[in-house]
Design a protein around this ligand. Sequence first.
Ligand code: FUL
Ligand code: CA
Length: 633
Amino acid sequence: MRTLFTFLCALIVSAQAAEPPAPFGPLPSARQVAWMDTEFYGFLHFGLNTYTGKEWGYGDESPSLLNLKNFDAETMAREAKAAGMGGLIVVAKHHDGFCLWPTDTTPHNIRLAPYKNGKGDIVGEVAAACRKYGIKFGIYVSPWDRNNPGYGRDDYKKTYLAQVTELTERYGDAFMMWFDGANGGDGYYGGARETRKIPKDYYPWDAIRARIRDKQPMASVFGDGGPDVRWVGNERGIAGETCWTVTQAGSGIPADPEYTGEKLNRGSPKGNVWRPAECDVSIRPGWFYHAAEDGRVKDLKALSNIYFCSVGRGQGLNLNVPPNKNGEWHPNDIAALRTLRAHLDAMFSANLTNGATVSSTVMRGKDTRFSANALLDNNRDTYWCGDDKDLKPTAEINLSKDSTFNVLRVREFTQLGQRVESFALDAWVNGEWIEVAAATTVGNQRLLRFPAVTTQKVRLRITGSLAVPCLSEFQLFMEPEGARGPEASAALRKNSGWKITGSSNEGKGSSAESAIDGNSATLWQTHPASGELNPPQWFTVDTGKARTAKGFFYIPRQDNCLHGMTDRYRFEVSMDGKNWTQVAEAEFGNLRANPQQQSITFPTPVELRHFRFTGLHALEKNHITVAELGLIE
Ligand code: FUL
Ligand code: CA
């Protein structure tokens, strides 16, 4: 009896104190955790290009061009901090080889410039300003050097290592060392004016990395392929809709030729390393300041979209804001940063799950440490998780009152690895669950935008996970107006009663259902097993009842492939599904560079029950694709 009693007690005790799940896959280093916490920081492209108007200097530019009175690093650091940037990365030397610090490695440096009579040190000024305002400091130093006579030969290898050494020794703590992938080509090279190609293993990367680890152990090394932080694969600041922080990678810098574009952009769930992506993008068209671009500073729509597609996809955002010829940020750039910050603050200051309660069928070993309450405690170190077999848990969240929200944030407890493959958010509306958002990877954080929903009850559904999901946060926000295009209809979701009533590719290629399933990861494509179905291609939808639409939205394929990306369309409507009226025929703009959702407003609102979408032309290859299509009501 007694032994049975002790046995039972032991059982109960062990049931209450469950072991955390074993780590899954590659894990972040302390250095990477610090980098991921930085989230958003700035880039300062400044140098002789600022005065010549070029993006890439040839290497023969005169240092006398650097003739400004004051480089106002302090104002930039103060504005950066106010904008929520966690750091600034200074371009110490760009491809033109001119060094903005008084280096002993080459005469082509700031000592020869009129700036402060040759006594200036812009790298040092940025470092000091960052320290003063409490933000981190990082350094970009271009491997390619179009000025150096020894470039492409052995002596430049030593010069370059010496430059990295000076920069890591002289300016205090750096949070990043940034190595550009652009390398080799024509240049001045000390007067040779020739093309120099470099062998694949030219740079002494092992020695460079060892030097950085020695002098700056907490500095994350950025290169196209890593080793600490990888490039996101484009200069638009956009991570993949599916983006694994874990990825399959080679040795890091220099970039592994196999490891480019899409692989960088999306990572890989089967990866062997933890390697978050940096999304780098300029606030203007160019990386360097050009007065002609003063009117082309990205607006709130563009910047908030970038934020949602970088930080909001679990990666980091490096936003370049180039100083002008006076060594200052232009007022337009400062205004854009302030507007972005005010917008993000207005959204994130009110977490609508504060005061909510949560219930879930899943709790690891019945240990309350792992209960779904951990989702709502605004603490990233606590997490909700089930037993190892609970791969698809659900949590129901009761808000303290009816609330209106249009943004979701979820986070994984990444110290145990990245696990979640897909998830969805449902809202309880008119007595049924409506799916309001669905997406794939989470990682450090996932932000989803969707049309505003009002409800008191929501449900988080994990729909796929590589190992038991460990989720640390669940928050809802209301994004203020002004940052999005016209909004997609909340009715356009599964269970909304819409039906495909016909399509031109019946039986060939994929079903048009995929274009209205509320999931931008699935595609309608008129691509049969062999051959192609040329445009035009169409499908028709019965939306179940008469309604008024202001326009429609189209989401192009989100998988980084341009094949069949529809860029011309026709849109027709009908009340009875027989008599059709054309309401729009035009093109979707800028899809190649930026394949984001397109919102089309009709000249006047139209009555309809049915609509027909026809793809008239594709960017590449001769077939039609649509990731998602819906009405703006
Ligand atoms: C690129 C460079 O070639 C650009 O000039 C810029 O510095 C950007 C951040 O990286 O590869
Ligand atoms: Ca938590």
